[in-house]
Design a protein around this ligand. Structure first.
Ligand SMILES: Nc1ncnc2c1ncn2[C@@H]1O[C@H](COP(=O)(O)OP(=O)(O)OP(=O)(O)O)[C@@H](O)[C@H]1O
Ligand SMILES: [Mg+2]
Length: 216
């Protein structure tokens, strides 16, 4: 993974370096608008590098997982609350989770995993659409299934098998790091759970998280 990180960090850094060189060479004869544009580009490359480093730091924190019982509905609704302000007006987020489902998770990490999946769903909706989060217990299997369904663009078949790879992203202009699903998957695995995905182009995507129910 280290060479992947090095490569990913190298891109924004070389862009920043090149822009600085150009600015230095041409500063006297440069138009102020061109200078402004280059500085903006530098700023956004710095953002990209910062966001990459931030995700890695979050992920590599060596804190032990602290699993405790929580109400699923509260965990999910709190998570939605974190991003409420950033959701475009035409994207509806609906959570339909029974109140009596309890799961034993590391709250912060579990919410991080859910957040990464919800943010992707929002990103996938170009204009108007809906993200719906539902959950259901399967008492015979002793599992709970959490479904995150969006009416977004869907995922191309050839990308479907790559989305959990670290650094796989199709969001070049939006500065995606490609770490969101990798991190979500690692967190769910750490809870002995699995993530499945079903997607249809032009219809939408559903992520299904299945977690074991622990007797509390
Ligand atoms: N709900 C979704 N609908 C359509 N495509 C998706 C969805 N979720 C993930 N993807 C695809 O999977 C890729 C990887 O997702 P991941 O969250 O790992 O990275 P990212 O979103 O590109 O970057 P970051 O999470 O750092 O913003 C995305 O770039 C996108 O192509
Ligand atoms: Mg993402």
């Amino acid at each position: 993974m280290a060479s992947g990180i090095a490569h990913q960090l190298n891109n924004p850094l070389s862009n920043i370096y090149t822009s600085c060189q150009i600015l230095l060479e041409e500063i006297e004869e440069s138009d102020v608008n061109v200078v402004r544009e280059m500085l903006q580009q530098i700023g956004s490359e710095v953002e990209r590098a910062k966001s990459l480093v931030h995700s890695l730091l979050e992920f590599s924190k060596k804190r032990e997982f602290e699993k405790e019982p929580h109400t699923l509905k509260t965990l999910v609704e709190e998570t939605i609350g974190f991003i409420k302000g950033d959701v475009p007006a035409k994207v509806g987020i609906r959570s339909e989770i029974p109140e009596d489902i309890f799961i034993c998770v590391d709250k912060q990490r579990f919410q991080q995993a859910i957040l990464n999946i919800i943010t992707n769903a929002i990103d996938a909706i170009p204009d108007e659409g809906e993200v719906r989060i539902e959950a259901e217990e399967d008492l015979s299997q002793k599992t709970v299934e959490i479904r995150n369904q969006d009416t977004g663009l869907g995922i191309e078949q050839e990308n479907l098998k790559r989305i959990f790879e670290p650094f796989f992203t199709t969001k070049k202009d939006k500065k995606g790091t490609g770490l969101g699903l990798f991190v979500a998957n690692e967190i769910i695995k750490e809870h002995e759970g699995v993530i499945d995905v079903e997607s249809e182009l032009g219809i939408g995507t559903t992520f299904k998280i299945r977690l074991p129910i622990k007797e509390i």
